[in-house]
Design a protein around this ligand. Structure first.
Ligand SMILES: Nc1ncnc2c1ncn2[C@@H]1O[C@H](COP(=O)(O)OP(=O)(O)O)[C@@H](O)[C@H]1O
Ligand SMILES: O=P(O)(O)OC[C@H]1O[C@](O)(COP(=O)(O)O)[C@@H](O)[C@@H]1O
Ligand SMILES: [Mg+2]
Length: 457
């Protein structure tokens, strides 16, 4: 898919007529290596050959609108009511984003009314629309020290028109949706429904997911905290496996369709011999299959450590890939338990070969995503929150804030859900995993994988 400049344009609600609280400090600012001036844009692509491939003047090559404060804003802060909701699975940093939004809205823009909708998008239904919490800087002062979300979250579908009715009923002018691919999709439908009714409500998404499977963002917030925590479990099974006869350590991590947590945690721990991810199918049996490689590791090193993403090897669970076990309330495919299957098959194989294993299996899924954000993610969440507030107050809508090539930008919501970010088996991240683990590029002649990624993503 080739993207053009027009695909990357963000919708504006209208002319910005009010002075921003930042107008004075912005008056002399210019683009520098550390700042993108309003009006300047951030390139989509970053190599000479990709830019040359467009054969277009610099101003027409695909680029994102830069995030950040504007000198003039669209909404009169004195009359604004803001809404915030967190949806989908937990992710480190949710509370940091909520805190950042509330602080920026209250302290700098002097917005007086901020409503937190409870328990995800369920909170925007007619039944729950009155069950909101008023958020003040005092209320959120210490929330960033805790994991989870003070607002609660949920999965499950809601009607876009009913949600718009709620925003109208509660007088919301700017709505912040903190969510993953599902949440961004819901925000897109919400924005469409608002536009269809000709309402003046801004919808800004803040992309969240520990899976890092959202496109057009370098890494999603919380991802670093999550994989750092996962590293502890890999180190633990590595120690256990090394101290046991025929030690086999297995850590099963989250990652429905994308193996980023497994890959990064394995690199950080630098203790895994094998990493299995959804993007790289594998064969169990045969001379070049997974089981033979595990056996060889145990014979030569006396142990083996395996890190696998929950979405890996679903084809071994007797259901068609990405399909067949039903879906959760949000429509996400329910996965089979590949960790248990690999554990059982390795145990049976090694036992049959006279290498009865000492099995150390850990599934730390919720322990990884329920923690508080680390220092890096705390900074990232705060800056995303600031960018989201600036975007909304300047009348941007149907857009997400994201960091792209280290710059904060506005991304049309429709693009955030246009594809899934996955580990590229031909890319340099997976190459680093192979270099570190020394596992073969493929276990057996696995089926040809689907090519779902765009070249630049
Ligand atoms: N296609 C969709 N249309 C409308 N709402 C959706 C859609 N996909 C997901 N949602 C809603 O978005 C919310 C979050 O989605 P979910 O997939 O659970 O988590 P996440 O946002 O973390 O991906 C849920 O309430 C879900 O019902
Ligand atoms: O058990 P739950 O809450 O449905 O969540 C499981 C899923 O949530 C995740 O942690 C993140 O998913 P989302 O980004 O969609 O929230 C996945 O890795 C995992 O498959
Ligand atoms: Mg999701």
């Amino acid at each position: 898919m080739t993207l053009h400049l027009d695909d990357l344009r963000v919708r504006h609600l209208g002319e910005c007529r009010y002075d921003s609280p930042f107008s004075e400090s912005l008056s002399t600012k210019q683009t520098s290596p550390h700042y993108v001036a309003e009006g300047d844009r951030v390139l989509l692509e970053d190599t000479v050959s990709m830019l040359a491939g467009h054969d277009l003047p610099a101003g027409l090559v695909p680029s994102f609108e830069a995030a950040g404060p504007r000198r003039k804003i669209y909404f009169d802060p004195a009359t604004v009511t803001a809404g915030v909701v967190t949806c989908g699975g937990l992710c480190p940093g949710l509370n940091n984003v909520i805190r950042g939004l509330v602080q920026e809205l209250s302290v700098h823009y002097k917005v007086k009314r901020i409503l937190g909708f409870r328990n995800g998008l369920q909170g925007l239904t007619a039944e729950h629309r009155e069950d909101t919490v008023e958020l003040t800087p005092e209320d959120v002062r210490d929330i960033h020290h805790a994991g989870g979300t003070i607002l609660g979250s949920s999965r499950g579908g809601q009607d876009a028109d009913e949600m718009v009715d709620t925003l109208v009923a509660r007088g919301v002018d700017v709505m912040f949706v903190i969510g993953g691919d599902g949440g961004m999709r819901a925000a897109t439908f919400l924005g469409n429904a608002i536009r269809a009714r000709g309402l003046d409500i801004a919808v800004i998404g803040v992309p969240k997911t520990i899976d890092n499977d959202l496109p057009f963002t370098d890494q999603s917030f919380g991802f670093q905290s999550a994989f750092a925590r996962a590293t502890d479990f890999i180190s633990a099974v590595a120690v256990e496996a090394a101290a046991s006869p025929n030690g086999v350590g297995i850590v099963k991590l989250m990652g429905r369709h994308s193996g980023f947590i497994a890959s990064y945690a394995a690199l950080a721990a630098n203790a895994a011999d094998i990493v299995l991810i959804p993007e790289v199918p594998f064969v169990l049996e045969g001379a070049d299959g997974l089981l033979a490689h595990v056996e060889q590791q145990v014979r030569t090193k006396g142990r083996v450590v395996i890190v696998l993403a929950e979405g890996a090897g679903q084809e071994h669970l007797g259901v068609p890939r990405h399909n067949g076990r039903g879906t959760d309330a949000s429509g996400n495919v329910k996965l089979g338990n590949i960790g248990e299957l690999v554990k059982e098959r390795i145990t049976a194989h090694l036992t049959a070969e006279g290498l009865t294993p000492t099995m150390r299996y850990i599934d730390p899924s919720y322990a990884v995503r329920s923690i508080a954000a680390n220092a890096y993610d705390s900074v990232y969440c705060l800056r995303l929150a600031h960018a989201a507030v600036h975007a909304a107050m300047a009348g941007r809508t149907e857009a997400a804030v994201a960091r792209w090539r280290r710059r904060f930008v506005h991304v049309p919501l429709s693009l955030m859900t246009s594809r899934r970010n996955q580990v590229d088996p031909d890319g340099d991240l997976w190459m680093s995993v192979l270099e570190t683990t020394c596992q073969p590029a493929r276990f057996g002649r696995a089926p040809v994988r689907e090519k779902v990624r765009a070249g630049f993503c």
